[in-house]
Design a protein around this ligand. Sequence first.
Ligand code: PMP
Length: 449
Amino acid sequence: MKQSKEHLDQLDLAHFWHPFTQMSEYADYDQLHVDHGLGCWVWDTEGNKYLDANASIWTNVHGHNDPDLNKVLIDQINKISHSTTLGISHEPGIRLAKKLADISPGSLNRVFYSDNGSNAVEIALKLSFQYWQLVGETKRTKVISMENAYHGDTFGTMGIGDSGVFHERFSNWCFPAIHFQSPKCVEVNEHVSSSSDIESLESLEKIFIKHADEIACLIIEPSVQGAAGMKFQPKGFLKKIELMCAEKRVHLIVDEVFTGFGRVGEMLVVHKEEVEPDFLCLAKGLTAGYLPLAATVAKDEIFDQFLGRFSEFKTFFHGHTFTGNPLGSVVALKSIEKLELLFNEGHLSETIAYLGNRLSEVFEDHPNVREIRQRGFCASIDLCPEGVADQEFPIEDRVGLKIAINARKHGLLLRPLANSILIVPPIVISKSEIDFLVENLKIALNSTL
Ligand code: PMP
């Protein structure tokens, strides 16, 4: 029997603790219960339709309810939904491991599965730490990460992150990373209005000098720091980091949890930047936003150091219950196959350019817009009080949230970050859907402010 909306609202408020949500504030707004989806759109239980402009928290690639993805899932469900990979294997997991090795650069041939982005990162960190112990360089224990980094919410990833208010409270329980300065790059539609990485690279060089042989690894979100509010790096920056890490014999961990699988217009940023890291972390778009599956891809040279007799205890003692889940694996394989077709067709670059043009056209001269940044299918519109670009709206005004809530009335699902509106649609968004997005966002913004 279908429950009434009011009844579900009551149950939701009584029992559901929502992530990254102030629950007292949540109770003040009309609740939205998503019922079903198709393409870039989702419908709520009352039949209202919304464009999914945050791709269900940056995961959706081919749209919702995709018939090809549905089919492989149904076929797999009719065989088996889950089987452990601890000591045994299954075809979907094997095929996906081969595919991920194929799309990863150079000797990144070993795939260690998990089930979310934070775990994919923690696994890379643990592999790096264990590697240095196994090769006898036991002083290499420290981690370098970039200012404003976000790699997840588990203790290891909070430690290496620099997300201020999100994680500060837990700093007593985290191992600290050494942060280097982030570069600056403001870009819309590949048009760079300001860019500099000199100070960033100098600050990294100083860390390398000071800590010489104590560094195990450097971790970076390549090209775009999503959770920091779509902060970009200049083209070629990742290559410079790779060269510095190689010179200092420091592992490079590239966290493509957000950027992978089309988000910035390529399968992976490491392709675009021609970089071969030691570890690659994948999640979110890996399963096109369908299921929780993540992967840490490591170089052969790293894997080889973990081999030996059991009694030497070189084994990597780590494994999550749903590691390498077959349903996640089949949907990831199908999604990658569909993405390869999309890249071959070459339409994505046109859509990306269209998104950049439309955002500039509609918001560039808006008196409440301080800055627009866009790269691939990631964009941020940073807001300010009318005509005063150097001022912020007070936090308690909740301007971003109010705009996002109001945008629902205009058919848009958005997730803001403080006073910025983040735009992260499914990769298959069409030009007419982009028109709908920018026009309705403008209406929501104007009617809120
Ligand atoms: N790394 C990056 C770059 C991310 O953006 C995120 C999540 N937004 C994570 C790691 C953590 O992923 P998850 O939420 O799946 O743990």
